[in-house]
Design a protein around this ligand. Structure first.
Ligand SMILES: [Zn+2]
Length: 346
């Protein structure tokens, strides 16, 4: 005879299971080589670059670079990153600024690092990287393009984006065009569950975007303030309080920099400690915004690797009492939660 627990016990177990699933669900992550579970992401850098082409939307295109040359230039930095235990790199170069998913897929295959690419448009720098048709189209039409990339692949490939990358003008209220980009991002998020990573310089455009997204039905949890180091501590705290992700993403050691200077390793450590003490460790992301093969420069010009965070910031935080568990929270758990694909409606 089979033992059957009482109904109340069964209900309790089901309730507990359900709460586990909703709190710690293993979401899908879209890499350039297909979908994985967020639990497979491992140590993740959430904002880096392989290549950037600054020429502008009018002139850029796949004809501008030699793929094999770019792969050969970037690959050693990915192999170095792999050797240091980095498992996943989120590549934040948007379309019309040098996004080439074919290069990313090749580097991923050859380095073993999982790479995530994006859909979206980049409005900063006076719309230099915005193609003309965006001015004419509605937010719905723009979103249809982004959703199509997610559902069917980028530029005829089977490579799909794992997040939305966008940007708005720096240190100023949102323009109408950028409000349209945010609307398109909101529509895309609500249909696909892709996280919105927005290049945002300063508190003003950060707060405006959050309000705009909320009114479009998107919860701030779906939005990453990338370059949040450009904001004040108060601005970071306010965005975090609303639920947004705070990405401090230009970690870089420079021997010429004074410890008290904005952007120094000590400055990053201080900002991390401040956010931690305010209770927002679980909404914090770190990265280098490093790379990249610069199209038009001889052999891509200078290439900054993906290691300063580990060489300089990790020990600086350890000196301030930061634990290994807290570092794993920042480099493993938070990226999973930030980029796990699911709709976060307001
Ligand atoms: Zn960047």
């Amino acid at each position: 005879m089979v033992y059957l627990p009482r109904l109340s016990t069964l209900l309790l177990i089901l309730l507990l299971l359900n709460s586990c699933i909703t709190e710690d669900a293993d979401h899908s992550i879209m890499t350039v080589n297909g979908a994985i579970f967020s639990s497979e992401m491992g140590v993740t850098l959430t904002h880096e670059h392989v290549m950037v082409d600054w020429i502008g939307a009018d002139s850029t295109g796949y004809h501008r670079w030699n793929r094999e040359e770019v792969v050969e230039r970037a690959l050693p930095f990915f192999l170095e990153a792999s050797g240091r235990g980095i498992d996943t790199i989120i590549e934040a170069t948007p379309a019309y600024l040098g996004r080439d998913p074919f290069i990313l897929a090749e580097i991923s295959r050859r380095s073993g690092i999982q790479i995530i690419t994006n859909t979206g448009f980049y409005g900063a720098v006076e719309n230099r990287f915005i193609p003309h048709y965006v001015y004419e189209e509605t937010a719905e039409e723009i979103a249809t393009r982004w959703i199509n990339e997610f559902e069917n692949g980028i530029d005829g490939s089977e490579i799909r984006p794992g997040f939305i990358k966008m940007s708005v003008a720096e240190e100023q209220p949102l323009t109408g065009l950028h409000q349209k980009l945010i609307d398109a991002a909101a529509i895309t998020h609500l249909q696909t569950g892709l996280t919105i990573l927005s290049h945002t310089i300063g508190d003003v455009p950060a707060m405006e975007q959050l309000e705009w997204l909320k009114s479009a039905g998107v919860h701030p949890k779906a939005w990453v303030w990338t370059h949040a180091q450009s904001g004040s501590l108060e601005g970071n705290l306010q965005a975090a309080e609303m639920g947004a992700w705070i990405a401090l993403d230009n970690v870089q050691f420079s021997p010429d920099q004074e410890p008290e200077e904005h952007g120094s390793i000590e400055w990053y450590a201080e900002r991390v400690m401040n956010l931690k003490e305010a209770g927002y460790l679980e909404q914090l992301l770190l990265s280098h915004d490093a790379g990249w093969y610069d199209v038009g420069e001889e052999n891509g010009g200078e290439f900054r690797g993906y290691s300063d965070l580990f060489d300089f910031l990790v020990p600086e935080l350890a000196d301030r009492g930061f634990t290994d568990d807290e570092m794993m929270q920042l480099l493993i758990s938070n990226p999973q939660n930030a980029f796990g694909i699911r709709v976060r409606a307001q």
